[in-house]
Design a protein around this ligand. Structure first.
Ligand code: SF4
Length: 328
């Protein structure tokens, strides 16, 4: 199903999979940016004989599968549009229909890269989900302009998982992130020590995000420094399957208590600014959920917000905040 000049959603393949699974009632889940297509997709599913219930909740990644909503409406399966499988969901079948790109300005992007980097430079190539299949074509275009290239072995990057870029960072002069919008490339630039260029297919523009990452890192350390002065902490985790970090959250509570602070654990479906502001007693918030939430909000209503991974800097001890996620 074509949804714009640039993208299509392979709904027909998903329909076949749902039929093969014998599903009747489907919970249809889409990120906010794609919810405008929910009517078209629902009508197609209804035409194929399925009963459809829409998930109206937020949806930010494959980590965020609406298992509880599907269970509540007794759905037989979830059709999750826009992302790939992030973790195994055991409670209910989930069929994924990620966005596919139908057109991308690769020649123009390669030309812009050639204006920024010298011929002969070695470029590492990674991409966000929708653009991974286009990397070989981008590679050919870059090679024709005199670059040497290296596509990461598993070149997919997520907002919270940039191992693809880390795996090649010390072998290249720069990393090109093929995608749309700054979200994924910012995550890469934070974690690697080489130049990173975002090749943005939607804006047909190549950008260097070093300055923005530097600005956000300064805000991160400022928030950690302010949190060191706090005495009352709210540690929050989310019940979203891929963001449920109960083990890490509990360890953070204990570590904060050891330094004499008051720390309470809270749980919520979606961690948001709106959900936190009512806890007026808290001097600082610790987020044990999507790590990118903190990277976009270092302060909420004048109070510091710190990712659970950074609590070690507040308590000045390692407390093993690397417990694995407790998925559904
Ligand atoms: S945890 Fe955050 S960054 Fe990772 S997939 Fe989920 S929404 Fe995206």
């Amino acid at each position: 199903m074509k949804v714009s000049e640039l993208y299509e959603i392979p709904i027909e393949e998903a329909v076949e999979e749902l039929k093969a699974r014998g599903a009747k009632r489907i919970l249809l889940q889409l990120p906010d940016g794609l919810k405008k297509f929910s009517l078209r997709i629902a009508e197609l599913l209804q035409y194929e004989g399925f009963e459809v219930v829409l998930s109206a909740g937020g949806c930010y990644g494959g980590c965020d599968v609406a298992v509880n909503e599907a269970t509540a409406v007794r759905a037989d399966a979830i059709l999750h549009v826009g992302h790939l499988e992030f973790l195994k969901i055991r409670k209910i079948p989930v069929v994924y229909a990620p966005l596919k790109v139908v057109r991308a300005p690769l020649e123009e992007l390669a030309s812009q890269i050639a204006l920024l980097l010298p011929r002969g430079a070695v470029l590492g190539l990674v991409a966000q989900l929708e653009y991974v299949e286009l990397l070989p074509e981008l590679e050919r275009k870059l090679q024709s302009k005199g670059f040497r290239t290296l596509i990461a072995e598993k070149p997919l990057i997520l907002g919270c998982d940039v191992r693809a870029a880390e795996s090649i960072a010390n072998k290249v002069d720069a990393i090109v992130v093929l995608g749309a919008g700054e979200f994924h490339a910012l995550g890469v630039r934070r974690k690697v020590d080489v130049r990173v260029l975002l090749a943005d297919c939607e804006r047909c523009e190549v950008r260097d995000l070093a300055r923005e990452v530097k600005r956000r890192e300064a805000l991160r350390w400022e928030a950690i420094s302010k949190a060191k002065e706090a005495r009352r902490f709210l540690v929050v985790t989310s019940v979203k399957p891929g963001q449920f970090k109960l083990g890490e959250a509990l360890k953070a509570v204990k570590a904060l208590e050891r330094i004499g602070a008051k720390a309470l654990l809270a749980v919520v479906d979606e961690i948001s600014v709106e959900r936190l502001y009512a806890f007026t007693w808290a001097d600082a918030f610790i987020i044990a959920g999507c790590p990118r939430l903190v990277f976009d909000h270092f302060e909420i209503y004048g109070k510091p917000v710190v990712d659970v991974e950074d609590v070690k800097y507040i308590v000045e001890e390692e407390f093993g905040a690397s417990a694995k996620q407790e998925g559904t």
